[in-house]
Ligand binder design. Sequence first.
Ligand code: BTN
Length: 259
Amino acid sequence: MTPDPLPEEFAVSMRLAKERLGIFGHRVLWYSEVGSTNDIAGTFAEKGADEGLVVLADRQTAGRGRLGRSWASPSGAGIYVSVVLRPTPAGARLVTIAAGVAVTEGIASATGLSTHVKWPNDVHVSGRKLAGILAEGAVNHVVLGIGINVQPAAYPPDVASRATSIEAELSRPVDRAPVLAECLAALASRYRELHEDRPAGIVEAWRMRAAPMLGRRVEWESAGERHTGLAENIDDDGALIVKVGDGTLRIRSGEVRWL
Ligand code: BTN
């Protein structure tokens, strides 16, 4: 698929942030319309693309969310971006935690809006989801897909009680380009920490941003049975620590429902 020219507003924001974009400052591909940016980035990754490749779309026709869900991606209303990463095995365990932190940092730095992270890597404001992250890994790469609701039109009206957008929270129009550039700059910085085997700052930042979610009851399924517990923390590998009765349990992946 041939990319389209990067719109001027994105080119300007990326140029302004160039010094801070690190590996994400070298190759940015823009598509007016794709199925899923994760698929495009995955194809490039399999063909040997360098890590740091950024694939952006104005609109996705088959945007994917976690756990087989779809991700609504109407034109111009959200940020739909995927990046190719080649983390170390240790770094791979924390890459989605790092991305959740980076998205909250990027949104705050571009717009002033303060958001929270909800394990494993949803970005929330006042109990409503504003952004999501889908990491898809293969043998020697991870495609990290990030979807951010910028305008309320980014999500279908039937999820309006569970979703929100940057514009709805700030009650003003917001340009997508600086939000994207700041999120990528924050991700470059957090990813560098992972590469240099300095994960402590990421885990600490995650815990701070997750504070309103911790201490809440969660529910999950395992071996066909439903369990509940109290979400306490994440450990240094990014697993969710849940208090169940007198003991604690580590949940490494999958879905927990916050009650
Ligand atoms: C989630 O379910 O919370 C994850 C949503 C991830 C959506 C993004 S949009 C860009 C990239 N391409 C996709 O198809 N999905 C991710």
